[in-house]
Design a protein around this ligand. Sequence first.
Ligand code: DX5
Ligand code: ZN
Length: 219
Amino acid sequence: MATVKLAPSILTADFGRLADEVRAAEAGGADMLHLDVMDGRFVPNITFGALVVEALRKVTSLPFDIHLMTVEPERLIEQFADTADIINVHIEVSPHINRTIDAIHRLGKKAGVCINPGTPVAAIEESLPDVDQVMVMTINPGWGGQQMILRQLEKVAQIRRLLDAGGFRADIEIDGGVKAHNAAACVRAGATVLVCGSSVYNAEKSVAENLAELRRAAS
Ligand code: DX5
Ligand code: ZN
C-alpha cells in the first residue's frame, strides 16, 4: 500500500494547551495539521479563525491543512495567506468554485475541494483537473468523535477512478471517524491523506502512541 499522510485535527485536543497538543503531534510523526474553521452557519458549531491559526503557526513547522466549514469561504481565504499550505472549501457553499480555486492558487497555496456525505461526486467532477486535494467527508461536519459513514468509502473509490482515468494527481483526504480499525479500508479505497481527530487526541493513550497505531494500521 502507498504511504498515506496523517493529518491530526486539533478539534478534540485540549484547547487550553493547544500549543503543547500541536507540538505533540509534530513529535509523534504527523505529516500535517488539519485545522477546522467553523462559523456556526454552514455547520452548527463555532471553532476558531485565522488569529488562532497564526498563533499555532509559531509553534510548529508542520504544513497547515485548513478546512473551511463556513458560508462564503472565498471571503476568508486571504486571511490564511501567511499560514496555510492547503486551503479547502466546500462545494456546497461555492457556486463559483473555479474562481475560488483560482483565488487560492493566486495566493500560492494548494487548493482543496470538500464534499459532504449528501453531495454526489458529480458536483466536484469538473474541478478534479484543477484541485490539489479532494476532501471526502465521511461524517456530517460539525463535531469530532462521530462514527464514519462507511458507505462514503464507495465515493472515495469513485473519485480515485476518475482521478486515475484523467491522469490527475490530486490527493484524496478522508475526514471523519478515521480509526485504526478502518484506516486500511480508507487507503484501499484510494485515500492518500487521513484526518485523525479523536483517534489521536483522546484521554486513553498519548498522541504519539495513537499516531503510531494509525500509521501501522494504514501501511
Ligand atoms: C468535523 C471535522 C473533522 C473532525 C474529525 O467536522 O471536519 O476534521 O475533527 O474528527 P474525528 O476524526 O474525531 O472524526
Ligand atoms: Zn475537518
